[in-house]
Design a protein around this ligand. Structure first.
Ligand code: ZN
Length: 311
């Protein structure tokens, strides 16, 4: 990954409880990391919104992970976007990609980016796994799948939480894409929140929260006015006080590297590598998650072929 794009941004996440621990809540501002993902993948405005909501959703769900676990969200869908994959950890790192980043759709009949239209229908799969693979210590993966209900991402994640994890949740995710002077565009606000109600929460509290959430301004509006994750949670919880459990920076971060690219190349059949050397004078590997490309030069490739043929 190039240095310029990996610097930490001001994106933040706040994880809290409220109402005597009956309510768990998380909010995140992800403007910079969504803008970075959009730029890396050269995503269209509607794809930027779909990917940005998914990345933010991954970070919110990531707060449910234990230390060494990872979470993968996959929208396996029939809309023009072709599929979305997001991978998040418990430390605020997220990465993701879509199958067709350049496709776009006109605004929907509410004059909004048509995320539901570009995603379409299909399944949402969530996989939670973790452990210390290098030492062979890991627990069984947890997998859950639900049908995509609207393709608007937040609703789909809320449906997944209610069906697969039996946690009633309100989820709101937003990405604001602003047209630029020269027919370009940029992401100027992104973020979201998730409010979860534990069994035993009083019906009065639930009804009150539903009403407060319905009346609060859109998250992207709040973020574009300079609000942080705490402000978003205060708006969503109304009169209820927050107990903050953690506040941390969040970022787009990929685990790929030149060394990993070399290891993958070394696993390819030497005959195939020879033809790459002859035809392309080297090899190039592009990481799906972050679009970084790794060029393996002719001398290095020849060394690998030599080593693999003798092995
Ligand atoms: Zn990568």
């Amino acid at each position: 990954m190039d240095k310029e794009l990996t610097r930490d941004s001001f994106d933040r996440l706040v994880h809290a409880t409220a109402c005597d621990n009956e309510v768990r809540c998380v909010a995140a501002v992800t403007t910079n990391l969504v803008a970075e993902a959009s730029k890396r993948h050269r995503a269209s405005p509607t794809v930027s919104a779909a990917l940005g909501r998914s990345l933010t959703g991954g970070l919110l769900l990531g707060t449910m992970l234990k230390d060494v676990e990872r979470l993968t969200l996959v929208f396996q869908c029939d809309g023009p976007i072709g599929g979305i994959t997001v991978d998040a950890d418990a430390h605020g790192n997220v990465r993701g990609y879509v199958k067709n980043p350049s496709v776009d759709l006109p605004l929907n009949n509410r004059r909004k980016l048509d995320v539901g239209g570009i995603v379409g229908r299909g399944m949402l799969h969530v996989v939670r796994e973790g452990g210390y693979y290098e030492m062979g210590i890991y627990r069984d993966a947890y997998r859950g799948s639900v049908p995509i209900v609207s393709g608007e991402i937040a609703e789909d994640i809320a449906y997944y939480l209610s069906q697969s994890e039996q946690i009633p949740s309100a989820v709101s995710l937003g990405v604001f894409v602003m047209p630029d002077e020269d027919a370009h565009y940029r992401v100027t606000g992104a973020g979201g929140f998730m409010i979860q109600v534990f069994p035993g929460a009083s019906e009065t509290v639930v009804a009150e929260l539903e009403e407060t959430i319905r009346q609060m301004p859109a998250v992207t509006e709040m973020i574009r006015e300079g609000c942080g994750p705490r402000d978003i949670l205060h708006a969503a919880l109304g009169r209820h006080r927050l107990t903050v459990l953690e506040e941390k920076p969040v970022r787009f971060r990929c685990t790929c590297s030149y060394e990993r690219a070399l290891r993958i190349i070394s696993a390819i059949d030497p005959e195939e590598l020879k033809s790459m050397l002859l035809e392309d004078g080297g090899a190039e590997m592009v990481c799906h998650f972050c679009n970084a490309s790794y060029r393996i030069d002719a001398a290095t490739l020849a060394d690998i072929i030599d080593r693999e043929t003798r092995a």
